[in-house]
Each structure stands twice: as structure tokens, then as C-alpha cells.
Design a protein around this ligand. Sequence first.
Ligand SMILES: [Zn+2]
Length: 500
Amino acid sequence: MKTNATDESQQLSELPTSIPDSDDVDGWITRRRTFYYPFALDFERLLSRYPPFEDYVNTTWKISEEELRSVQDKRFRAQAERGWQIPFYRRIWSATGLEPGDVDGLDDIEKLPIISVYDLRADLDEHPPFGTFQVANRSWGNETPLRLVTSGGTTGVPRPMFYPAWDREVSAVIGSRVFYLHGVRPGMIVHIANGLSTVNGGIHGMECIWKYCGAVPLTTGGGNATPTDMQVQMARAYGSDCIVGFADYVRHIGERAREIGIDPAVDLNIRIVSTMLGRQDRGYLEELYGAKVFDSYGTSEVGGHVSTECEAREGRHVLEDAYHMEIIDKATSQRVPNGTPGSIVITSLFKAAAPMIRYNTNDLSAFIDGTCECGSAMKRHDAIMGRTDDLVKIKGMWVHPEAVGEIVAGDARGNREFVCILEAVPRGRQMVDSMTVLVEALDGTDRASFASDLQRSFKSQFGVTVEVQCVSPGELEGWTEGSSARSGKTRRLIDRREKD
Ligand SMILES: [Zn+2]
């Protein structure tokens, strides 16, 4: 048969339907193994329970508080039941005198003890290498495809977490909703500048975008995978529509673009910045890129995105069909009223292998009162104000590195780069904690007056004196990257106090 251009283009247009139908598959696959991804799950069932992307916003997103509560209650009961099958929870729950059946639905959730990363670490130390908090282990490989992801690993070997197909897909579906709410649409190029390694960030982003958004992930990873200049060139060449990454690094890419003569607001096509903003300056990023910046929140332990801003950007909605969130007082572990900051405690409502039940993230935020103009009844919380374990007490006063960052960012004599160094220094016979903030001063800056002005601002904000030292642009790069470069996060606090 003669092949010509028309035939070929016809063949191409027929490509999707030319994949053998199921009868043909049986001909060349002898066993439908459950670790072959397409056979690992009943995808129809998964998508009807957890609608992705636009379908979610048209359905579950708009259900009433009562309906939501009933979905949460049902899913929570299943997670609590699962918990009793997992040695880690059985041990911790039994130790408080609880028995299976004592926790009868969401109304009883406060009976369960709160866990945190310290419990996970202890479990891993006692039961290496994978701990007892996850039922999945390597033997599950016969049952379902498994992915092993890890924490960033600032000290020692990172904490491992197994994801079977169900957990993995539900978390990708949840992420697709977040990106939809941020404006990602099919056909867009989504530049993903989160770390690509054993950490969840970049690969999770890729799975959301690629599998459930109809958009195209451009997985550049962090600066250690694709140098920043190359990131800029690729964003321009391919016309990236959206950029995803930690706010610090996204800002760095934009500033670097300017340095090499590319104005991100004019020369790049980026119109959406999807990030975990924390307390960083949204206005600055928006101006830098000429783009809309959207915030979301999540942690790797609980499975990725937990909450997100909607179009209204008046708080971050918890994706409550998949997560239950509490905010508690750090000292008393009791729930705090709306508007009062406390630690975020998350319960996953879908995880099979390693459920996180009353997991204290140590991230600080507060619930917001009232309903959102978008019409969703899903609870909202304020910006993440920092981490309770990053809070540093100096001479009796609380200092937070993120608040230091806000002050540094507000002074145009610097380039916003800074790092806080915490040391124990002798005073008389005692050792006392002292903090020095290193900031990068732009060339030509009067360093002495820059440093003393910053010192005055810190004093009025925190009520305590911290030392300020100016260094040249670029000098802090090695410090802030540190061991957290793998996750794409920037390190802002270096603790040099001796720990006994
Ligand atoms: Zn809303």
C-alpha cells in the first residue's frame, strides 16, 4: 500500500484509538498483575469518590457543611479502624487506655493522642528502616505498585514513606483541584521548579499536572537539577504559562531573569505562580512576574496539598473531603478559637498505607471565620506564619526567621537574602543564646547604616537585640542552600548551639 502524507496524518489522528482493546490485551498479557499500573486500581471508582480538577469544583466543592461533615465522618471511621491495624497507632492509642470502638466517629477524634514528627522519628529508630507507622513495605510490591518518597533529610537519613497506587492517585487528584483553582487549564505548560529527587515535591506536582489537569508539566526541578539561567531560558523558549515552586526559589528565578536581561513580566508568558507563600511578599512576586500568585499548603507526611486559595484568595480552604484539620494551642494541645494562631493538626481521610491521624505539623496558622465568596463551605485558614519549631527564644523573647525575612525584604538596600545564625555565647559564667542575621547588601550600600537600621527594626518588632552583619550579593548562597537544597527549600535558620 502506498503511503503518502495524508495517510500518515490520518494514522496520527487515529493513534488514541489504535491501542488494542481489552480483548487484544488479553492476547499478549497473560496475567493482569495488580502491580501493572492500569490494573492496580478501579479508576472509575476512585474518580467518583474523589473527583479531580474542574469536576471537583462543580461538585464536592459546593456541598453543604452537613454533607461535608457526613463524608468526613464516614472516611474518618475507616481511617480510625485502619489505625488499629497499624502497630504504631495500636501502641500509642492503647497506651492511653483506648480500645477499638472507643472512637466512634469524628465527634470522638479528640480522644486520640496527637502525634508528630518526633513520634515518627522514634518509631523509625526503633524499627528501621521503614518503621511500624506504615503497613506497606516491600512485600506489598506483589499487591500494588509502590513509590518510596522521603522527607528532605536535614539530619541523617531522610524519613521514608511508601505510597501504594491508591494513596498516590488520590493525592495527585487532590493536587489537580488545587491547580484548577489556581487557573491551570488543559494545554498549559506548567513549569515545576520543586526539587526532583526522593522528596515528594516535584514528582507530586508532575503527577497532578500530567495525569489529571490535561496540562503539560515541565519538570525542571530545583536549581541543582536545572541551573537557574537554564530555567529562565526554558520558560521563555517553551512559553511556560504557570510556575510551581517554593516562593524563595521562584523569586530567585525571576530576579535572575532580570539580571540576564529578561524581564519576567514582559518577556515570559508566566501568568500564574502556584506556590507555598508562607509570609513572603505576594505583591513583590506578582510585580516581578506580572502574574497572579496563589498560595497553597501541604506537607509530605500527609500526602501533598492539604489546603489552597480559591479565586477569591481570602484564605486557604482545607480540602475537607480528603483531610480533617484542627488548630491547637502549642502548650495545652487544646483547640483554639477561630482567629487565634496555633499548630496545624491534620488527619488524612484517604491514606491506606500510612494514615496520618492527628498529625501535628508544627506549622502555625489560624482558622478564618465566615464564608468565602466562592461559595464553598470548606473551612479556611490564614497564611502559614511559620513553624513552631523554628521559633527561637532569645533573652526571653520569641523571634521567628520568617518575620526577620519580612523586615529584610522591606528594605531596598538589600536583595532580600538573609540567614539567621543562632549561637550560644558566654556572658559572665553563663552561656546565653544569641542571634546574628546575615544580610546581602547591594553594591554601593552604606553597610553600617543599613545594618543599624535593620537592627533597630528587629528590636522594635521582637523586643530584643540581634546582631546584623552585611555581606555581598551571592555570599549566602552556600549557607541558605545547605542540606535542604534537595527539597528546593531555602534554609533560613542555622542553629550552632551545642546540643547535649
Ligand atoms: Zn473560596
